[in-house]
Design a protein around this ligand. Sequence first.
Ligand SMILES: [Zn+2]
Length: 182
Amino acid sequence: MHTIRDIIYIQYSIILARERFKITDGIQIQYHHRGYIKSIFMGMVKSGKKWSELIDKIDNNNDNIKCPFCGKECDSLLTEPIIPITKKINEKFTSHGFVTNLKNTITICPECSKLRNGLGLYEFYKKKMPNDIFYYQKIPIRIEKKYLQAVYYFHEFSNTLDKIDLDGDGDLTVLDIDYILH
Ligand SMILES: [Zn+2]
């Protein structure tokens, strides 16, 4: 049975494969490189390493020309935390200096910011692509990577990494990753 930690590892493994083989689509990469993804995932599980040792260096740079979500060139991009500072995040984590220490920002256009409106990355993509059941495999690599790098620590801090169904819908999905925010 998979846990929150596993689903974060799996998404991260898919991202590393997308980078390695330069295939942006998460479904396509799983179709062609399932074995490679599984080997990265098992390597992460068996390594016994901390998250900080497993992930690439956190990329604090932002694209200051194009919105990563819609690709629109825009001279009024907004800088926002990649983990939305929701009420719960604010109450539970900011007092510990936890959020600010992560320096986890993205620059996005005002329209996407409005649509995102405090949602987690997967929740946002589900809203953005309501008719696509594989919405969570269509997120720009660099953004999803930054998000997972950061969101892991919120689960670690809350002792939810070993949970199997956070949102209580009977199923473990990427939306359980975002459940920590609310
Ligand atoms: Zn946009």
